[in-house]
Design a protein around this ligand. Sequence first.
Ligand SMILES: O=C(O)c1cccc(C(=O)CC[C@H]2O[C@@H](n3cnc4c(=O)[nH]cnc43)[C@H](O)[C@@H]2O)c1
Length: 226
Amino acid sequence: MATAVPAERDAVASGLSAGAVPADGGVVSVGRVDVLAVGVGPAAAAAGTAGVLAGAAARGVPYGLVVSAGIGGGFVPDAPVGSLVVADAVTAADLGAETADGFVPVTELGFGRVTYEPPDAVVRRLAAVSGAATGTVLTVSTVTGSAERAAELRARHPRALAEAMEGFGVAEAAAAHGLPVCEVRAVSNPVGPRDRAAWRIGDALAALTGAFGKFAPVLESWNRHD
Ligand SMILES: O=C(O)c1cccc(C(=O)CC[C@H]2O[C@@H](n3cnc4c(=O)[nH]cnc43)[C@H](O)[C@@H]2O)c1
């Protein structure tokens, strides 16, 4: 389980098991699940996750599933503050080129990748046990700060419910190790004009804890061949 910061790691871990505490290296292990803070932004998340996956593989105990989890911005009205989103698509929203005709994703330039699709069976089970909405979660390097940018992203990604800064980086690291990825976001703020006073980080962390309390059996029983 890859979160960006320790507050998210601890919210996730305490949902999986009340009283779970970090060991050396900041890893919180709950049963078969390890929870870590790998850094903010797609590059830090990719590097941090790749290092952990490589270490596990070298020890002969590879992981079976990688989950990017944390708080995020929600597109109104579909993903209100305090709600939960499970990604059925993890999409890099700003990986491409600006052209005279607008933004062009790298895939249309003939290289790279901009979307990973989590396993459908896990997405459905996580959403069913938690009541989360399912849809695209965008990965951005710059937090959206205007209604215009929010509308532009939604026009380009009509199924987008949330944005955050790590999912696609975690997904690239997982893919490099041949592993599937999931992303879960608890909505702390609306995507749109910057308004720090409207942030509800505590509520979102509490929603993460509540969700992971319900996710434990799904994650523990995950089998790649389901
Ligand atoms: O200063 C600001 O206006 C501001 C606005 C949104 C987010 C930040 C952060 O520094 C937090 C980034 C952190 O939290 C996740 N996150 C939460 N909400 C959003 C969002 O609306 N858009 C993108 N990322 C968000 C993100 O995954 C990072 O880990 C500052």
